[in-house]
Design a protein around this ligand. Structure first.
Ligand code: NAD
Ligand code: ZN
Length: 248
């Protein structure tokens, strides 16, 4: 099935980055599994309404493991799949940019939940770099305001309660409908609309392949479910696709 797939759409989640030292949210060592209170920091209403939540969010951002993380074999497998011409689009819920750093061309990556390396003003929309904002935090400005209008600054990530970019959602839906195999990897398939893309693809006739250590709500819809570690499973799948693409 995998070797025969001509056009793959992939959806990834936090599980592809755990081997790079970035914990997921809902796995056994997940940030929310260990501390359910932490979810409040990802809620847009708390962020906008409570300066203490913002101070905590900037501190957490500064300590985020993604600053020193390196892409792993799972990220590289997607770059290889693209290299063998099989991968159309990769939708990711991750905000760590490790797919791009592993060599997957930026135009193939659709960041459903944004990136943690940028900032945006919630009032005037002006954008900046996270590095620059964190330098202000390190200099003592615990909740740095927008330099243009004094508004509240936030990372360019999508918090709970915030809408996804409608153009990104449209492209995601198009990619889910325009594939013969939909590969969901390292995601609990519990956050929408991301999880809905897997269902949409399967119902439109694509083979759904789920690679995840724990069960997901869509396992019954899947043509195959692989539970092994992603740094092993994904390179194996990429190798099957590449062998097949070299056949005459
Ligand atoms: P999740 O935490 O809900 O699910 C991750 C899944 O990956 C779990 O079911 C876990 O069993 C599985 N998993 C973890 N490590 C694995 C491994 N090595 N091999 C196989 N399976 C493994 O994550 P989600 O579905 O992406 O949803 C969480 C939300 O959190 C998303 O919205 C995302 O934006 C955000 N998030 C991003 C990052 C990141 O950028 N790296 C990290 C944490 C959370
Ligand atoms: Zn502003």
């Amino acid at each position: 099935m995998f070797g025969a797939a001509r056009r793959i759409t992939a959806l990834t989640g936090a599980g592809v980055s755990t081997a790079s030292g970035i914990p997921d949210f809902r796995g056994p060592n997940g940030v929310w599994t260990r501390n359910p209170q932490a979810q409040r920091l990802s809620d847009i209403e708390s962020y906008l309404g409570d300066p203490e939540v913002r101070r905590q969010a900037w501190q957490n951002r500064a300590r985020h493991p993604a600053w020193s993380a390196e892409p792993n074999a799972a990220h590289r497998a997607f770059a290889d799949l693209a290299g063998s011409g099989r991968l159309g689009v990769l939708l990711t819920q991750n905000i760590d940019e490790l797919h791009q750093r592993a060599g997957l061309p930026g135009e193939k990556v659709l960041e459903l939940h944004g990136s943690m390396f940028g900032t945006v003003c919630m009032d005037c929309g002006s954008t900046g770099s996270m590095k620059a904002a964190l330098e202000r935090v390190a200099e003592g400005d615990e909740d740095p305001p927008c330099r243009a209008c004094g508004g509240i600054l936030k990372s360019t990530t999508v918090s709970f309660g915030q809408a996804l970019d409608p153009e990104v959602v449209r492209e995601g839906r198009r990619a889910a409908l325009d594939c013969d195999l939909f590969l969901a990897a390292g995601t609990s398939l519990t956050v929408y609309p991301a999880a809905g893309f897997a269902e949409l693809a399967a119902k439109a006739g694509a083979d759904l392949v789920i690679c995840n250590a724990e069960p997901t709500p869509y396992d019954d819809l899947a043509a195959a479910v692989l539970r092994g570690p992603l740094i092993e499973v994904l390179p194996e799948l990429a190798a099957v696709a590449s062998d097949d693409s070299q056949r005459p």
